[in-house]
Design a protein around this ligand. Structure first.
Ligand code: C2E
Ligand code: CA
Ligand code: CA
Ligand code: CA
Length: 273
């Protein structure tokens, strides 16, 4: 078995080299991306289901690579996390999104935080400083975190979340249901909002997902948290969520992520309605 293992290695080695090289090249490019102004933040509307009003936007990172075009976050966020570059990139996204939101009327802005940023001791101070520098009222900032943050070191996570909460920002449990969801987390950490992952919404025609979404909405209501459904694409999904009392929705049915300028235009039209 050992020997055939070696033979297999030999066959695949050249390809692994190419993949590794491509990754190294991308990592090299990503290191320059911030300094070369290749990163952008796009914004997707968060809509109040009851009245169709825009409650806020989620800030989503984009990388405009000179050769590869627009690189989606799924291709560079994990790389940024592996290399630690996410700390600088995350701070840039936070600052850019807060500065942008300060120029928009009333809207909240939701920013994703990586678990790696969470392990970085400066996080709370960074958030405070960005709010001061940009003049954004703290209640207009929502920080989206995933369950993995809580898993790693629950005591440290609780301390950071509590300190963040004291700055006046909103804390959102993102991608709810996809991780090692423990209902206990919702109770023992200071969350203001639960975001139901789009995998459950796209699967709403199935009875199981249907039941899960319904109970998460009920859970949010009894814990006094706002529930948001992500990845809403069809009128049927809207109808279901409305019936179940979900407060906020986000998805292609209401609007895709778009650059800041386009969002400024959209907000103008929206608020004049
Ligand atoms: P997420 O936080 O779950 O963000 C929602 C993702 O769903 C976004 O993908 C958004 O474009 C997509 N989406 C929204 N509505 C729909 C819909 O109706 N249908 C479908 N199929 N998709 C929809 P995106 O922008 O590609 O981002 C992917 C993930 O990358 C995000 O998932 C988030 O985890 C991560 N990410 C993006 N920006 C940042 C960032 O600045 N920092 C960190 N740490 N992570 C980020
Ligand atoms: Ca998110
Ligand atoms: Ca998600
Ligand atoms: Ca996420």
């Amino acid at each position: 078995a050992k020997q055939s293992g070696r033979a297999t290695m030999r066959v695949f080695e050249p390809r692994m080299d190419i993949e590794l090289q491509a990754r190294k090249a991308l990592e090299y490019d990503l290191r320059q991306a911030l300094a070369r102004n290749q990163l952008e933040v796009h914004y997707q509307p968060l809509v109040e289901l009851e009245n169709g009003r825009i409650a806020g936007v989620e800030a989503l990172a984009r990388w405009r690579h000179p050769e590869h075009g627009l690189v989606p976050p799924s291709s560079f966020i994990p790389l940024a996390e592996d290399t630690g570059l996410i700390v600088g990139i995350g701070e840039w996204v936070l600052r850019t999104a807060c500065a942008q939101a300060a120029a928009w009327p009333e809207l909240r802005v939701a920013v994703n935080l990586s678990p790696i940023q969470f392990r970085h001791s400066e996080l709370v101070e960074t958030v405070r400083q960005v709010l001061v520098d940009t003049g954004l009222a703290p209640h207009r900032l929502e920080l989206e975190i995933t369950e993995s943050v809580l898993l790693h070191d629950a005591a440290a996570a609780r301390e950071i979340l509590t300190a963040l909460k004291e700055t006046g920002v909103f804390i959102v449990m993102d991608d709810f249901g996809t991780g090692y969801s423990s209902l206990g987390y919702l109770n023992s950490f200071p969350f203001d909002k639960i975001k139901i992952d789009k995998s459950f919404i796209s699967d709403l025609s199935a009875e199981k997902s249907n039941a899960i979404v319904r109970s998460v909405i009920g859970l949010g209501q009894s814990l006094n948290m706002i529930t948001t459904a992500e990845g809403v694409e069809t009128p049927e999904q809207v109808e279901f969520l409305l019936r179940e009392g979900c407060e906020q929705v986000q998805g292609y049915h209401f609007g895709r992520p778009i650059p800041a300028d386009a969002m400024t235009t959209l907000i103008g039209g929206w608020t004049n309605d």
